[in-house]
Design a protein around this ligand. Structure first.
Ligand SMILES: O=C(O)CCC(=O)C(=O)O
Length: 336
Protein backbone atom coordinates (compact mmCIF):
# COMPACT_ATOMS: atom_id res chain seq x y z
CA UNK A 1 0.00 0.00 0.00
CA UNK A 2 1.50 3.36 -1.08
CA UNK A 3 2.32 5.68 1.84
CA UNK A 4 -0.08 8.58 2.35
CA UNK A 5 1.13 11.97 1.04
CA UNK A 6 2.66 14.27 3.65
CA UNK A 7 -0.20 16.81 3.52
CA UNK A 8 -2.69 14.03 4.31
CA UNK A 9 -0.52 12.69 7.16
CA UNK A 10 -0.17 16.18 8.66
CA UNK A 11 -3.92 16.78 8.44
CA UNK A 12 -4.69 13.41 10.07
CA UNK A 13 -2.11 13.94 12.82
CA UNK A 14 -3.61 17.28 13.78
CA UNK A 15 -7.19 15.97 13.74
CA UNK A 16 -6.23 12.91 15.82
CA UNK A 17 -4.43 14.89 18.49
CA UNK A 18 -7.33 17.34 18.64
CA UNK A 19 -9.27 14.27 19.80
CA UNK A 20 -11.60 14.20 16.78
CA UNK A 21 -13.25 10.72 16.66
CA UNK A 22 -12.13 8.51 13.77
CA UNK A 23 -15.57 8.46 12.09
CA UNK A 24 -15.62 12.27 11.99
CA UNK A 25 -12.06 12.42 10.69
CA UNK A 26 -12.97 10.11 7.80
CA UNK A 27 -16.09 12.14 7.02
CA UNK A 28 -14.26 15.48 7.02
CA UNK A 29 -11.13 14.32 5.15
CA UNK A 30 -10.56 17.06 2.53
CA UNK A 31 -8.49 14.82 0.21
CA UNK A 32 -10.51 12.85 -2.36
CA UNK A 33 -9.51 9.30 -3.24
CA UNK A 34 -7.48 8.49 -0.12
CA UNK A 35 -7.94 4.75 0.73
CA UNK A 36 -9.78 4.44 4.03
CA UNK A 37 -7.73 1.39 5.05
CA UNK A 38 -4.57 3.56 4.83
CA UNK A 39 -6.25 6.24 6.95
CA UNK A 40 -7.18 3.72 9.65
CA UNK A 41 -3.72 2.22 9.66
CA UNK A 42 -2.11 5.66 9.93
CA UNK A 43 -4.40 6.69 12.82
CA UNK A 44 -3.55 3.46 14.61
CA UNK A 45 0.16 4.21 14.17
CA UNK A 46 -0.43 7.61 15.83
CA UNK A 47 -2.23 5.97 18.75
CA UNK A 48 0.63 3.48 19.15
CA UNK A 49 3.38 6.03 18.72
CA UNK A 50 5.85 6.25 21.62
CA UNK A 51 5.70 10.04 21.07
CA UNK A 52 1.91 10.38 21.29
CA UNK A 53 2.13 12.54 24.43
CA UNK A 54 4.59 14.98 22.87
CA UNK A 55 2.46 15.30 19.68
CA UNK A 56 -0.55 15.92 21.91
CA UNK A 57 1.32 18.66 23.79
CA UNK A 58 2.25 20.42 20.54
CA UNK A 59 -1.29 20.29 19.16
CA UNK A 60 -2.60 21.67 22.47
CA UNK A 61 -0.14 24.55 22.14
CA UNK A 62 -1.42 25.32 18.62
CA UNK A 63 -5.02 25.13 19.83
CA UNK A 64 -4.22 27.59 22.64
CA UNK A 65 -2.67 30.06 20.19
CA UNK A 66 -5.80 29.81 18.07
CA UNK A 67 -7.91 30.37 21.18
CA UNK A 68 -5.91 33.49 22.04
CA UNK A 69 -6.53 34.82 18.52
CA UNK A 70 -10.26 34.16 18.87
CA UNK A 71 -10.40 35.99 22.20
CA UNK A 72 -8.69 39.02 20.65
CA UNK A 73 -11.07 38.97 17.66
CA UNK A 74 -14.15 38.61 19.87
CA UNK A 75 -13.17 41.60 21.99
CA UNK A 76 -12.37 43.57 18.80
CA UNK A 77 -15.93 42.97 17.57
CA UNK A 78 -17.24 45.04 20.48
CA UNK A 79 -15.91 48.09 18.59
CA UNK A 80 -17.90 48.33 15.29
CA UNK A 81 -15.33 50.74 13.81
CA UNK A 82 -12.89 47.83 13.61
CA UNK A 83 -15.13 45.99 11.14
CA UNK A 84 -14.08 48.19 8.22
CA UNK A 85 -10.87 49.63 6.90
CA UNK A 86 -10.72 53.33 7.80
CA UNK A 87 -10.29 55.81 4.94
CA UNK A 88 -8.50 59.00 5.89
CA UNK A 89 -7.54 61.93 3.74
CA UNK A 90 -4.24 63.04 5.07
CA UNK A 91 -1.99 61.42 7.64
CA UNK A 92 1.10 62.79 9.35
CA UNK A 93 4.08 60.50 9.88
CA UNK A 94 3.26 60.24 13.59
CA UNK A 95 -0.45 59.53 12.94
CA UNK A 96 0.50 56.83 10.41
CA UNK A 97 2.69 55.09 13.00
CA UNK A 98 0.02 55.43 15.72
CA UNK A 99 -3.06 54.48 13.68
CA UNK A 100 -1.65 51.87 11.31
CA UNK A 101 1.96 50.74 11.56
CA UNK A 102 2.31 50.22 15.30
CA UNK A 103 -1.11 48.58 15.93
CA UNK A 104 -0.77 46.42 12.76
CA UNK A 105 -4.06 47.80 11.35
CA UNK A 106 -4.90 48.36 7.66
CA UNK A 107 -5.82 51.88 6.54
CA UNK A 108 -6.50 53.67 3.23
CA UNK A 109 -4.99 57.12 2.79
CA UNK A 110 -6.78 58.86 -0.05
CA UNK A 111 -4.35 61.66 -0.79
CA UNK A 112 -1.06 60.11 0.27
CA UNK A 113 0.09 60.02 -3.36
CA UNK A 114 -0.59 63.65 -4.15
CA UNK A 115 3.06 64.29 -5.14
CA UNK A 116 3.22 61.22 -7.42
CA UNK A 117 3.62 62.31 -11.06
CA UNK A 118 2.84 58.69 -11.99
CA UNK A 119 -0.87 59.14 -11.21
CA UNK A 120 -1.37 61.56 -14.12
CA UNK A 121 1.58 60.55 -16.29
CA UNK A 122 1.45 56.73 -16.50
CA UNK A 123 -1.09 56.38 -19.28
CA UNK A 124 -0.76 53.35 -21.56
CA UNK A 125 0.53 55.52 -24.51
CA UNK A 126 3.10 57.25 -22.20
CA UNK A 127 4.44 53.94 -20.92
CA UNK A 128 4.56 52.42 -24.41
CA UNK A 129 6.43 55.47 -25.75
CA UNK A 130 8.95 55.83 -22.90
CA UNK A 131 9.56 52.32 -21.55
CA UNK A 132 7.80 50.13 -24.14
CA UNK A 133 11.03 48.32 -25.12
CA UNK A 134 11.88 47.32 -21.52
CA UNK A 135 12.03 43.56 -21.09
CA UNK A 136 9.68 42.22 -18.42
CA UNK A 137 8.61 38.78 -17.20
CA UNK A 138 4.86 38.24 -17.51
CA UNK A 139 2.97 35.38 -15.89
CA UNK A 140 1.14 33.46 -18.64
CA UNK A 141 -1.54 30.75 -18.81
CA UNK A 142 -2.95 31.66 -15.41
CA UNK A 143 -6.41 30.48 -16.41
CA UNK A 144 -5.16 26.94 -17.09
CA UNK A 145 -2.59 26.66 -14.29
CA UNK A 146 -3.71 25.57 -10.84
CA UNK A 147 -2.23 27.63 -8.00
CA UNK A 148 -0.58 29.91 -10.52
CA UNK A 149 1.01 32.13 -7.90
CA UNK A 150 2.92 29.15 -6.51
CA UNK A 151 4.18 28.36 -10.01
CA UNK A 152 5.15 31.88 -10.99
CA UNK A 153 8.71 31.03 -12.07
CA UNK A 154 7.58 28.11 -14.23
CA UNK A 155 4.85 30.01 -16.10
CA UNK A 156 6.52 33.41 -16.56
CA UNK A 157 7.79 34.38 -20.02
CA UNK A 158 9.88 37.34 -21.18
CA UNK A 159 8.24 39.97 -23.36
CA UNK A 160 8.41 43.73 -23.79
CA UNK A 161 6.30 46.06 -21.68
CA UNK A 162 4.98 47.56 -24.98
CA UNK A 163 3.70 44.18 -26.21
CA UNK A 164 2.04 43.48 -22.86
CA UNK A 165 0.35 46.89 -22.72
CA UNK A 166 -0.93 46.37 -26.29
CA UNK A 167 -2.53 43.11 -25.10
CA UNK A 168 -4.15 44.81 -22.07
CA UNK A 169 -5.59 47.50 -24.33
CA UNK A 170 -7.04 44.82 -26.63
CA UNK A 171 -8.55 42.47 -24.04
CA UNK A 172 -9.28 44.99 -21.21
CA UNK A 173 -10.53 42.17 -18.95
CA UNK A 174 -8.64 38.89 -18.41
CA UNK A 175 -6.80 36.95 -15.71
CA UNK A 176 -4.76 35.01 -18.30
CA UNK A 177 -1.62 37.20 -18.07
CA UNK A 178 -0.31 39.43 -15.29
CA UNK A 179 2.89 41.32 -14.56
CA UNK A 180 3.40 40.67 -10.86
CA UNK A 181 5.83 41.65 -8.14
CA UNK A 182 8.30 38.88 -8.96
CA UNK A 183 9.87 41.16 -11.59
CA UNK A 184 12.67 43.45 -10.46
CA UNK A 185 9.94 46.05 -10.25
CA UNK A 186 10.90 49.59 -10.98
CA UNK A 187 14.58 48.85 -10.48
CA UNK A 188 14.71 46.72 -13.68
CA UNK A 189 17.15 48.37 -16.12
CA UNK A 190 14.50 49.44 -18.67
CA UNK A 191 12.10 50.84 -16.07
CA UNK A 192 14.36 52.82 -13.75
CA UNK A 193 13.39 56.09 -15.43
CA UNK A 194 9.90 55.67 -13.92
CA UNK A 195 11.33 55.89 -10.43
CA UNK A 196 11.29 59.71 -10.66
CA UNK A 197 7.49 59.63 -10.94
CA UNK A 198 6.82 58.03 -7.56
CA UNK A 199 6.98 59.44 -4.03
CA UNK A 200 8.37 58.24 -0.73
CA UNK A 201 6.02 59.83 1.83
CA UNK A 202 8.89 61.60 3.52
CA UNK A 203 9.81 59.96 6.78
CA UNK A 204 7.70 56.86 6.16
CA UNK A 205 9.53 55.20 3.27
CA UNK A 206 13.28 55.02 2.69
CA UNK A 207 14.18 56.33 -0.77
CA UNK A 208 17.61 54.66 -0.63
CA UNK A 209 16.14 51.20 -0.04
CA UNK A 210 14.80 50.30 -3.48
CA UNK A 211 16.21 47.04 -4.86
CA UNK A 212 13.89 44.24 -3.77
CA UNK A 213 11.55 46.56 -1.86
CA UNK A 214 9.47 48.38 -4.54
CA UNK A 215 7.30 46.30 -6.88
CA UNK A 216 5.24 46.95 -9.99
CA UNK A 217 1.89 45.24 -10.73
CA UNK A 218 0.37 45.72 -14.16
CA UNK A 219 -2.58 43.92 -15.71
CA UNK A 220 -6.03 43.93 -17.26
CA UNK A 221 -9.26 44.09 -15.28
CA UNK A 222 -10.17 40.72 -13.75
CA UNK A 223 -6.75 39.68 -12.40
CA UNK A 224 -7.05 37.74 -9.17
CA UNK A 225 -4.31 37.30 -6.59
CA UNK A 226 -5.59 34.53 -4.29
CA UNK A 227 -5.63 34.72 -0.50
CA UNK A 228 -2.14 34.91 0.97
CA UNK A 229 -0.14 36.87 3.51
CA UNK A 230 3.23 38.52 3.21
CA UNK A 231 5.91 38.82 5.84
CA UNK A 232 6.64 42.52 5.22
CA UNK A 233 4.52 45.58 5.86
CA UNK A 234 3.25 46.86 2.52
CA UNK A 235 2.13 50.29 1.37
CA UNK A 236 0.08 49.40 -1.69
CA UNK A 237 -0.15 52.41 -4.00
CA UNK A 238 -2.80 52.38 -6.73
CA UNK A 239 -1.72 54.39 -9.78
CA UNK A 240 -4.36 53.52 -12.42
CA UNK A 241 -7.62 51.56 -12.30
CA UNK A 242 -9.34 50.07 -9.28
CA UNK A 243 -8.66 47.03 -7.15
CA UNK A 244 -10.83 45.33 -4.55
CA UNK A 245 -9.14 43.83 -1.51
CA UNK A 246 -10.54 41.31 0.94
CA UNK A 247 -8.52 41.55 4.14
CA UNK A 248 -8.51 39.11 7.05
CA UNK A 249 -6.91 39.67 10.45
CA UNK A 250 -4.05 37.22 11.14
CA UNK A 251 -5.48 36.67 14.63
CA UNK A 252 -7.63 34.09 12.79
CA UNK A 253 -4.83 31.63 13.43
CA UNK A 254 -6.86 28.76 11.94
CA UNK A 255 -6.16 30.24 8.52
CA UNK A 256 -2.65 28.89 8.75
CA UNK A 257 -4.01 25.33 8.46
CA UNK A 258 -3.34 23.75 5.06
CA UNK A 259 -1.39 26.74 3.72
CA UNK A 260 1.10 26.15 0.95
CA UNK A 261 3.99 28.53 1.45
CA UNK A 262 2.16 31.82 2.10
CA UNK A 263 -0.97 30.87 0.10
CA UNK A 264 -4.26 29.62 1.52
CA UNK A 265 -6.46 27.08 -0.31
CA UNK A 266 -9.48 29.16 0.78
CA UNK A 267 -11.43 31.16 -1.80
CA UNK A 268 -11.86 34.44 0.08
CA UNK A 269 -14.68 35.57 -2.23
CA UNK A 270 -16.80 32.45 -1.62
CA UNK A 271 -16.15 30.77 1.70
CA UNK A 272 -16.76 27.01 1.37
CA UNK A 273 -18.37 26.40 4.76
CA UNK A 274 -18.89 22.74 4.02
CA UNK A 275 -15.18 22.11 3.58
CA UNK A 276 -14.00 24.68 6.17
CA UNK A 277 -16.90 25.07 8.67
CA UNK A 278 -14.79 27.19 11.04
CA UNK A 279 -14.78 29.97 8.41
CA UNK A 280 -18.27 30.89 9.63
CA UNK A 281 -16.48 32.74 12.48
CA UNK A 282 -14.04 34.62 10.22
CA UNK A 283 -14.71 38.30 9.47
CA UNK A 284 -13.67 39.68 6.09
CA UNK A 285 -13.10 43.36 5.41
CA UNK A 286 -13.55 44.54 1.83
CA UNK A 287 -12.02 47.74 0.57
CA UNK A 288 -11.59 49.19 -2.92
CA UNK A 289 -8.73 51.48 -3.87
CA UNK A 290 -8.65 53.81 -6.87
CA UNK A 291 -6.01 56.01 -8.53
CA UNK A 292 -3.98 58.04 -6.04
CA UNK A 293 -5.05 55.98 -3.01
CA UNK A 294 -2.66 53.99 -0.83
CA UNK A 295 -3.64 50.98 1.27
CA UNK A 296 -1.42 49.96 4.17
CA UNK A 297 -1.43 46.14 4.38
CA UNK A 298 0.20 45.23 7.69
CA UNK A 299 2.61 42.34 7.88
CA UNK A 300 0.82 39.00 8.26
CA UNK A 301 -2.64 40.23 7.18
CA UNK A 302 -4.32 37.90 4.70
CA UNK A 303 -5.37 39.53 1.44
CA UNK A 304 -7.16 38.56 -1.76
CA UNK A 305 -6.98 41.07 -4.61
CA UNK A 306 -9.17 41.48 -7.71
CA UNK A 307 -8.62 44.23 -10.26
CA UNK A 308 -11.89 45.82 -11.35
CA UNK A 309 -10.38 47.55 -14.40
CA UNK A 310 -7.01 47.67 -16.22
CA UNK A 311 -4.63 48.54 -13.45
CA UNK A 312 -1.16 49.71 -12.43
CA UNK A 313 -0.02 49.49 -8.81
CA UNK A 314 3.25 49.95 -6.95
CA UNK A 315 3.73 48.10 -3.67
CA UNK A 316 6.36 49.44 -1.34
CA UNK A 317 7.95 47.64 1.60
CA UNK A 318 10.90 50.00 2.16
CA UNK A 319 9.72 51.44 5.47
CA UNK A 320 12.20 53.55 7.38
CA UNK A 321 11.40 51.72 10.60
CA UNK A 322 11.87 48.21 9.19
CA UNK A 323 10.60 45.58 11.54
CA UNK A 324 12.16 42.16 11.46
CA UNK A 325 9.29 40.64 9.51
CA UNK A 326 11.26 39.63 6.44
CA UNK A 327 11.47 36.09 5.12
CA UNK A 328 14.51 35.31 7.25
CA UNK A 329 12.47 35.49 10.45
CA UNK A 330 9.44 33.51 9.23
CA UNK A 331 9.18 29.92 10.59
CA UNK A 332 9.46 27.21 7.94
CA UNK A 333 10.23 23.51 8.50
CA UNK A 334 13.88 23.11 9.39
CA UNK A 335 14.28 26.77 10.40
CA UNK A 336 12.27 28.03 13.34
O1 LIG B 1 -2.39 43.57 -6.72
C1 LIG B 1 -2.38 42.36 -6.64
O2 LIG B 1 -2.88 41.62 -7.51
C2 LIG B 1 -1.75 41.68 -5.45
C3 LIG B 1 -1.02 42.59 -4.51
C4 LIG B 1 -0.45 41.85 -3.33
O3 LIG B 1 -0.88 40.77 -3.00
C5 LIG B 1 0.64 42.43 -2.55
O4 LIG B 1 1.11 43.53 -2.83
O5 LIG B 1 1.07 41.75 -1.59
Amino acid sequence: MAPLPRAVRTWLTEAWFRDVPEAQIVEALPFPGVPLASVSRFLQSLADSPHAEEFGDLVTRIARLEWQGRVRLQSGRLDPSRRRVPRVKRLSHRAFIEQAYAPNRPIVVTDMMRDWKAVTRWTWPFLRRNVGTAEVQVMEARETTQQYDLNVERISEPTTLGEFIGWIERVRHSNARYLVARNNGLTAPGLRSLMGDIGFFSGILNRRLLDGFVYLWLGAGGTVTPLHHDTANNLFCQVRGRKRFILIDPANAELLRDVLSYYSPIDAERFDLQRFPWLAEVDRMTVTVGPGEALFIPSGWWHHVRSLSPSISVSMTNFTKLLDTDDASYPVPGRR
